[in-house]
Structures are given as C-alpha cells and as structure tokens.
Design a protein around this ligand. Sequence first.
Ligand code: NAD
Length: 398
Amino acid sequence: MRASSAEPAPLGLGIAGLGIAGLGMAGAVMVQAAAAHKGYVLRAAADPHEAPRAAFAQDFNASAYDDIGDLCADPAVEVVYIATPHQFHAPHAVLAAERGKHIILEKPMAMTLADCDAIIAAVERHNVHLVVGHTHAFDPAVRAMRALVAGGDLGRLGMIHSFNYTNFLYRPRRPEELDTARGGGILFNQVPHQIDIVRLLAGGLARSVRAQVTALDRSRPTEGSCAALIQFENGAAASLVYGGYDYFDSDEWHFNVGERGAPKTLDHGAARRALMKTSDETRARTETYAYGSSKAGLPPHQPHFGITIATCEKGELRASADGLIKYDASGATEYEIDRGVGMPGRREVLDDMLGLLRLGRPSVHDGRWGKATLEVALAILQSTREGREIMLEHQVTA
Ligand SMILES: NC(=O)c1ccc[n+]([C@@H]2O[C@H](COP(=O)([O-])OP(=O)(O)OC[C@H]3O[C@@H](n4cnc5c(N)ncnc54)[C@H](O)[C@@H]3O)[C@@H](O)[C@H]2O)c1
C-alpha cells in the first residue's frame, strides 16, 4: 500500500490571485507555500510594518498596502489569506467577505462563537468561500490516517493520543499573546491544531470535554500546559496534552524533525535563554519571524504537530518523518507518503480553496467546522474554570 498525499492542484482551471493579510510568522510561511503552488499567483499583501511589505513587493513585483481595506479593494485579488493576530480575524474576515473576496482564515477562526457566527453569516450573505486553516489537520499524514480509519479496514477507532511539547511560551511575544482574555496562551494558538486533528480522525462530532489547563510561569501569565479528554459521539476518545515550557521537546520522539519538516538539533531551554537577552519582545518578534527576515527553503520532511497515535481494533497508526507507520499483529510497517510538489500542509489548504473555487468541491474546514473546533478550545477553558465536564453543542461531521 502507498498512502496517498493530497491530489495535485487542479491546474488549467484558472490561477487564483492571492492576497496576504499579515506578513508575520504565519503569513511568511504561506507566502512560501503559495509561491510554490502552481494554482496561485501572489498579487498583494497588507501589513502595518514597512520592512516585510517592502520585501514582499520586491520579491513578487506585487502591491503591498499598509491597510487591509486596500488589499480587499484590489481587483487582482480573488482570495485573501488572513494571518493577522487573532483579535482581528473576525473583523478582517467580515471585511473581506463584504468586498467579495474568498477567504482562507487562520486558526483560531475567531475568539468567540458569536464572532464565528458573524463570519459565517457574512460569507453566506456575500456568497464567497471560506476555508479555516491552516491547521495540522491538513498535514498529508493526518489525511492519510483519516482515510485509513474511515476506510474501516482497521476496525473501530477506540482512542487517539495527541501530545506536543514545545518552546511556545518563550518565543518573543506581542503583549496580548500572554493574556488569555485577549486570545493569548496555547488555547487559542496551539491546541486548536490538536483539536482539529483529533476531530478529523474521529469524524468530527465531539460530545464532551473534561480538561485542566495551567499557567505555571507568573512572568508569562497565560496557559502554557493543557491536559484534556474529549469524548466523541461514536464512542472514541481523545487525550490531548500540550506543554509549551521549553523544557522537554517532543520532536526528540519524532525523528528529530521540527514542526514544519526541517531537521532539528535539540537545544532544550534555548528559547528561554534567548528571551532573557531580549528587551523589546514585539520588535524581536517582527525581526525574527516577519516576511523577509529569513530565507529558509522548503523543508525536506513532512510537517507534523507533536505525536498523534490512533488506536483502532486491528492496529495503531502514527506519522513518521516522511510517511505513516502502521503497527498491527504482523509488526510495524512504514508507508511512504508521496511528498508531491510544494509545501505539504499549507498546499492542502490552498488546494481546498481551489477545489471550492474551480470545482465546487466542498472543504471539511468550512466556517461551521472552524466554529466547532473553537467550541472545544473554549470548553477546555470552561472545564478548567468550573471543574466539570462540558457538553458540546456545535459539532459537525468531517
Ligand atoms: N497555522 C499555523 O501553523 C500558524 C502559525 C503561526 C501563526 N498562525 C496564526 O496566524 C495569526 C498570526 O500569527 P503570527 O504568529 O503570524 O503573528 P505575528 O505577530 O508574527 O504576525 C502578525 C502580522 O500581522 C500584522 N498585522 C497586525 N495588524 C494588522 C492589520 N490590521 N492588517 C494587516 N496586518 C496586520 C503584524 O504587523 C504582523 O506582521 C494568528 O492568528 C496565529 O494563530 C498560524
């Protein structure tokens, strides 16, 4: 068997003009993914910072605006990818919809369920398409796991274990990223990847959440660790564990490959040590991550988000550095996943939008899916506050 990666982008059906809102860490990665994707041409970007704008304009001979309103008014832009800070997702998505732009919206879809509803209403009112992503549920290995689990050959899905230990809390941060009330911490930024992955693998319909999150560092006063149990309507359960304290790094157990697929030299505590030498974090963040600040090539391995193990009646699955490993009664078998062209993970996000635009092919990751994932993240916080299981009400199938 050869696990399949995403279908190639539907070429010859019209190239989409892409605009990038927010040229920070996420925007810079998507620029790289779009530049490597034959279905898109980078037409414009918007960011208040001058340096990434100038670099983008020069690299792509494209427009660069200091105001997202101008980006959304640009007739060369058919799709807007929104990678501005969380608090702007809702107003920016509504603005793009009002201007008739199709939208790829970064996670978290918004910070409240009401804002998700406002986005869904705007998208429907203005008849535009919405894909909520990127999350690591778009990773080829996760999609291949989903296909195997849903295909039924491995029997019933019993549980999923997803864990990730990173340096998240000690990367240079904007002030709101350390304030939960303003969308800070791991619940809005990191755990949505895990929620999206386990919801996709288990079919989408989460039933309830019992969780405890913790803020262990008073100098970074937001959640840096999470332990959650999610139960699904179909009887499966998922445990999610996330630790962002820069002590253990779970990539040590993923073949020493980093989140986006680059080889990694483990350096425990390095982010903390670097932060101690940083006087202006917001500035350091821009200088480290904004578009144009580094020129990394496409990583050689596939992306991943910690380690995810799916346990079925007849075997267990997990991603390897370049494929998928099936553990069953005959032993462990590694299946290669064709790397394909471009940047795996983000490529699938771009493919989903092209599928909607050119083929009318629905994406799992629509507004209601994004809202359901946010509902789980909010329920994790609520469960911690109230010390009880939270029942979910807005879940949708994969
Ligand atoms: N899917 C992923 O793997 C992934 C990775 C990183 C970030 N993200 C998401 O992307 C979003 C941005 O995070 P980041 O880490 O890139 O942050 P960042 O601080 O590195 O970048 C944000 C960028 O948005 C710009 N910006 C701020 N206000 C703006 C406005 N009104 N119009 C246009 N641009 C504006 C900032 O100047 C900055 O360049 C977050 O919601 C985050 O969850 C997703």
